[in-house]
Design a protein around this ligand. Structure first.
Ligand code: HEM
Ligand code: CA
Length: 170
């Protein structure tokens, strides 16, 4: 695999300290996928509402996040991620959410570069956006078109086995 980290003009910073993130901590796998390249170029996560990324995103969310944030992001020892309140308003942007996952925040919210590749982080981010349950108007991380089509998440959704899109089944 291509182990280089794609160029970005984003100024990526730790959510708690504001220190620059060191992307060289990223795992060697999953660094230079089409999704990572697009995200680093545009600051927009191309996996959001990509049907092929939701199931793998859920699966990585369930191994890395749900123990603290709850199975559907309802909150547990970490804050709820499925609602319209954010401790750090920057988490309403794809860049901010990536910075929080990659670099961590306070307390038990540690960095996630040891358990997720850059590509997997984007998949988890797509799942976190997908489980949103509040008013779609506040979902400023969605494009206008995505907002029009979005219905607040309800448990028990099923997914087709191999939908078209940028992600591969894990
Ligand atoms: C905070 C996401 C894993 C504990 C946060 C925030 C986000 C987030 C977005 C900030 C929320 C806000 O601004 O309101 C994630 C994701 C995870 C993950 C996507 C998996 C990749 C974990 C784990 C733990 C944890 C495993 C526990 C060991 C916490 C805590 C906070 C937090 C305690 C509050 C930190 C603070 O306010 O500075 N998480 N998290 N998280 N998370 Fe996580
Ligand atoms: Ca919240």
């Amino acid at each position: 695999p291509d182990e280089s980290i794609p160029p970005t003009s984003m100024d990526l910073r730790n959510t708690d300290t504001g220190e620059p993130l060191d992307l060289s901590n990223a795992q060697k796998e999953g660094r230079n996928t089409e999704g990572v390249r697009k995200f680093f170029q545009t600051g927009i996560n191309p996996y959001i509402e990509d049907a092929s990324c939701l199931k793998p995103g859920e699966s990585f969310y369930l191994t890395s996040c749900s123990g603290c944030h709850g199975e559907i992001g309802e909150g547990k020892i970490g804050p709820g991620l499925n609602d319209d309140y954010w401790t750090y308003p920057k988490n309403t942007t794809d860049q901010g959410l990536f910075e929080t996952i990659f670099g961590g925040a306070r307390a038990q919210m540690g960095p996630h570069y040891d358990d997720l590749t850059l590509d997997q982080m984007l998949q988890v981010m797509a799942w976190v956006r997908h489980i949103y349950k509040d008013d779609v108007k506040a979902a400023t991380w969605l494009t206008a078109d995505q907002r029009r089509k979005f219905t607040p998440f309800k448990r028990g959704e099923t997914f087709p086995d191999d939908p078209p899109g940028l992600c591969k089944a894990p």
